[in-house]
Design a protein around this ligand. Structure first.
Ligand SMILES: [Fe+2]
Ligand SMILES: [Fe+2]
Length: 334
């Protein structure tokens, strides 16, 4: 722990508890000042325990979401309609694996091992984005995920590039660049089907969009007035923009893109609001969100089982990599 090392250095006078408290108060004050000044916090810097815990939870959940997010689309790699689409999808799914790795590495700087984080995922203790508990029934789902799910992810993630914890912010800069490609490829794939496809293909796109729309709006999290943790996240500079503001930005952008594409969203309350300059949308069914978060979504069990199986079947790869690393270390030492 960084705090103990620093406390030990400054312990004087024998009144340890009081001095320790004063010391912590000073460190806390310096930390708050740095946050207020918009400075970045590095892994080696002192930070309050709750800040560390909150970040660890958020970054590891984010990492889990990236690797679980490989599963719904990974299903379609062998069934992509053309070589070009297959190559694009392979690259996209591989990117998501890379995002997971950057994020696990960022989370590890907070003092928890990757094995511990994966253990929490496999035992069901840790969460991941509930959007990945929905199925990919047709090829149009792959396009809809790129357009809407990656689109919502971009809205959520761009502000994290300015997160106060530097290793997370740095990882997000790289991730966001790749997410733009993910969204473009999804939109392009749907555009081809809508503009050059058959009637059946257009219907398939609309049907996929109908299924993804509401879960995508849920990706931004509960409404601001029911999201008490957001306030602390904002105070710490971990969260920069509120859930409802991001959701509204997403709806506004998606409405324009839907018009070009020629699809509609399954919400009769969607209408332009002249006074606010935004699109109004209907009530979100939060009971569905909590049900899926709670493990009762259409694919929760399947997704978790796939991750556990991959972990077990990959054991020989981890063993081989470790054996190779040991051999390399021995050679270096000789
Ligand atoms: Fe990603
Ligand atoms: Fe992505």
């Amino acid at each position: 722990m960084y705090t103990q090392a620093m406390d030990t250095l400054r312990e004087e006078g024998g009144d340890k508890p009081a001095l320790r408290t004063a010391e912590e108060a000073q460190l806390q004050q310096r930390f708050d000042n740095r946050i207020d000044a918009g400075e970045f916090i590095e892994a080696k810097d002192w930070m309050p325990e709750n800040y560390r815990k909150t970040l660890l939870r958020q970054i590891s959940q984010h990492a889990h979401s990236e690797i679980v997010g490989m599963l719904p689309e990974g299903n379609w790699i062998t069934r992509a309609p053309t070589l070009k689409r297959k190559a694009i999808l392979l690259a996209k799914v591989q990117d998501e694996g890379g995002h997971g790795l950057y994020l696990y590495a960022a989370a590890e700087t907070l003092g928890t091992s990757r094995d511990q984080m994966l253990d929490a995922l496999h035992s069901g203790k840790a969460k991941y984005s509930s959007i990945f508990n929905y199925p990919t029934l047709t090829w149009a789902d792959v396009g809809a995920i790129g357009w809407l799910v990656d689109g919502a992810a971009i809205m959520n993630q761009v502000p994290i590039c300015r997160c106060s914890f530097a290793p997370y912010a740095r990882a997000m800069v790289r991730i966001c660049r790749e997410e733009s490609f993910h969204q473009r490829q999804g939109y392009d794939s749907l555009l081809v089907m809508m503009k050059e496809g058959t009637e059946a293909q257009r219907a398939m796109v609309q049907e996929a969009v109908n299924r993804w729309w509401w879960p995508c709006l849920m990706m931004f999290g509960p409404p601001d007035d029911q999201s008490p943790n957001s306030v602390q996240g904002m105070r710490w500079g971990i969260k920069r923009v509120s859930n409802d503001t991001l959701r509204q930005k997403f709806v506004d952008a998606a409405m324009q893109q839907a018009e070009v594409l020629g699809v509609t969203f399954p919400d009769p309350d969607l209408r332009w609001n002249e006074a606010t300059g935004h699109w109004d949308y209907g009530a979100i069914d939060w009971s569905e969100f909590w049900r899926v978060v709670g493990g009762e979504g259409p694919c929760n069990r399947e997704r978790l089982a796939a991750r556990v199986r991959a972990w077990e079947e990959g054991e020989w790869v981890r063993e081989a990599a470790l054996a190779h690393a040991r051999k390399f270390d021995l050679k270096e030492a000789a």
